[in-house]
Design a binder for this molecule. Structure first.
Ligand SMILES: [Zn+2]
Ligand SMILES: [Zn+2]
Length: 422
C-alpha cells in the first residue's frame, strides 16, 4: 500500500541528486546561447544524471523487492538510446569538437519590416554571441536593425536528439525509477524540501513524461540583439480569458458585443468594441485574434516599446500563426499615423515610423487579413480633450493601411507555409 501522507524520503541521496539534475537542467537551458557555458553545464548535468542510479544501487540491500523490479528497468534502459548515451558518457567529457559537428547556429538579420536577410549556418556553433555581433560589424551588414541568433546543440554521440530534449528525457527515466523505489517502500510523497526554483520539487512521475517546465515547443532557441549588441526581449502574452475579468469588463464597459463571424466580417464589430474601450480608458493595447476557418483559435496581447520590439512581437505572432494553423487574423491597435508623402505613396512604403514624425496623428485601427489574400482596415481618428480624454471619430475604411507593415511577417509566414505544404 502506498500512503498519501508525506513520509521521510527512503532514498534521499538519489532523490536529492535527481532534484539537483532538474535545477541544473534549467541552468543548461539558460546557458543555451553561450557555447562555453553550455558545454560546461552539459558535462556536469550528464555526470549527475549518471550518478542517480549509482546512489540508488548503493541502497539496494534495504530497498524492498529490489531484485524483482530493478532489473526490469535496467533492461528497458539498455534499450533506450538516451539512457545508453548517459551511461556511455560516464567516462567521456563532451568536447567542443563533439558538439561542433552537428550543432547549428543560424543568424537572421532584420533591417525593417520588409527587408530581411537570412544566413543559415553562417557561423560556427563554437562562436559566442558577442563574437558573432563583432563579426557582423566587420562584415558589410549596416549597423541598424535586429539580429536573431538561433542555436541548436547536438552531440556527435547522440545525433538524432537535441540536447535539452535528450537530458529532459533522461530526467524522466530517472524520475520514473525513483517513483518505483518510493513505491517499494510504500511512500507516495516524501519530505525532501522544495528548491528556490519553483518547479524543482520532490514530485516524481510514474510514467515516462516530462514535467511541463521541460516541455520545449521549439527545437532550437533564439535570442535577439540590436546591432550594438544589446539584448532585445520578445514579449507576446496570452490574453487572460479569466471569466472574472470578463465580468469586470462588462461592469466597466457595459455589454460588449463580441463579433462571432470570420475575421473580415468581424472588423466593424471589433471597431465598435474598441471605440467603447478607448473612450472609457483613454488608451487601447494591441490585441491579435487568430482564426482557422472563421473560428477563433488564439488571442494574444502584444507589448512593445519601440520599432525593434514591435517587429519581434509580430514575428512571434507569425510563429503562432503557424502553430495554430491560423488562416485569418484581426488586430486591434492604437497607433500613430503618418500622412504619407507623395514619394512614399508612389513607392508604397513608409520611410520613417509614424511615431518619429512631426505631423503624426493618433488613431485607432482594426485590421484583418486572410491567407487567401483578403484584407480590410478600419480607422477611427482620435481627438483628445483638455485632460487627455479620448473621443473616437466615425470609422472609415482606409486605402493606405497602417497595418500593412505589421502584416508583412504574417504574409511571409503564409507564403512559407504554402511552400512547405502546411
Ligand atoms: Zn524521496
Ligand atoms: Zn523545472
Amino acid at each position: 500500500m502506498t500512503s498519501d501522507a508525506i513520509q521521510p524520503c527512503p532514498v534521499a541521496d538519489a532523490h536529492r541528486r535527481l532534484m539537483d539534475c532538474h535545477a541544473q537542467w534549467h541552468i543548461l537551458h539558460d546557458s543555451y546561447l553561450e557555447p562555453d557555458g553550455f558545454r560546461l553545464n552539459l558535462n556536469s548535468l550528464v555526470s549527475n544524471l549518471r550518478s542517480v542510479t549509482w546512489l540508488l544501487q548503493k541502497q539496494k540491500a534495504v530497498i524492498p523487492d529490489f531484485a524483482t523490479w530493478y532489473p526490469e528497468f535496467q533492461e528497458a534502459c539498455k534499450k533506450s538510446e538516451i539512457m545508453g548515451w548517459v551511461v556511455k558518457s560516464r567516462n567521456r567529457i563532451t568536447k567542443e569538437s563533439d558538439l561542433e559537428l552537428l550543432s547549428s547556429c543560424q543568424v537572421v538579420w532584420t533591417r525593417n519590416w520588409v527587408q530581411r536577410a537570412e544566413g543559415t549556418a553562417t557561423f560556427p556553433p563554437r562562436m559566442s554571441t558577442s563574437e558573432i555581433v563583432r563579426a557582423l560589424h566587420h562584415s558589410n551588414t549596416p549597423p541598424v536593425g535586429l539580429i536573431t541568433v538561433r542555436r541548436k546543440w547536438v552531440d556527435k554521440a547522440l545525433p538524432s536528439w537535441e540536447l535539452l530534449a535528450a537530458t529532459a528525457e533522461a530526467h524522466s527515466w530517472l524520475s520514473q525509477i525513483l517513483w518505483r523505489a518510493h513505491k517499494a517502500f510504500g511512500v507516495g510523497s516524501c519530505d525532501l524540501a522544495d528548491r528556490p526554483v519553483e518547479c524543482v520539487t520532490s514530485v516524481l512521475r510514474s510514467t515516462l513524461t516530462r514535467p511541463p517546465c521541460m516541455d520545449l515547443t521549439r527545437s532550437e532557441l533564439q535570442a535577439h540583439f540590436t546591432m550594438s549588441g544589446g539584448v532585445v526581449k520578445e514579449e507576446v502574452k496570452p490574453f487572460d480569458p479569466d471569466p472574472a475579468n470578463l465580468e469586470a469588463a462588462e461592469e466597466r464597459y457595459g455589454q460588449l458585443k463580441f463579433p462571432t463571424s470570420g475575421p473580415i466580417d468581424s472588423v466593424p464589430g471589433f471597431m465598435a468594441m474598441a471605440r467603447t474601450m478607448m473612450e472609457k480608458d483613454g488608451h487601447h493595447s494591441t490585441i491579435a485574434f487568430l482564426y482557422n476557418q472563421d473560428r477563433g483559435v488564439a488571442t494574444r496581447g502584444l507589448q512593445f516599446d519601440g520599432q525593434n520590439t514591435k517587429m519581434l512581437a509580430f514575428e512571434g505572432l507569425a510563429d503562432l500563426v503557424e502553430s495554430t494553423r491560423a488562416d485569418g487574423i484581426v488586430i486591434i491597435s492604437e497607433s500613430w499615423l503618418a500622412v504619407p508623402t507623395e514619394r512614399e505613396k508612389e513607392l508604397k512604403t513608409i520611410f520613417f515610423p509614424a511615431r518619429d514624425r512631426l505631423d503624426r496623428t493618433e488613431g485607432l485601427t482594426v485590421y484583418a487579413a486572410t491567407r487567401d489574400g483578403r484584407q480590410v482596415e478600419l480607422l477611427s481618428m482620435i481627438e483628445r480633450g483638455p485632460n487627455g480624454e479620448a473621443s473616437c471619430g466615425e470609422p472609415v475604411e482606409v486605402t493606405f493601411p497602417a497595418g500593412a507593415n505589421t502584416l508583412t511577417p504574417i504574409r511571409r509566414k503564409w507564403d512559407d507555409m504554402e511552400k512547405r505544404g502546411l
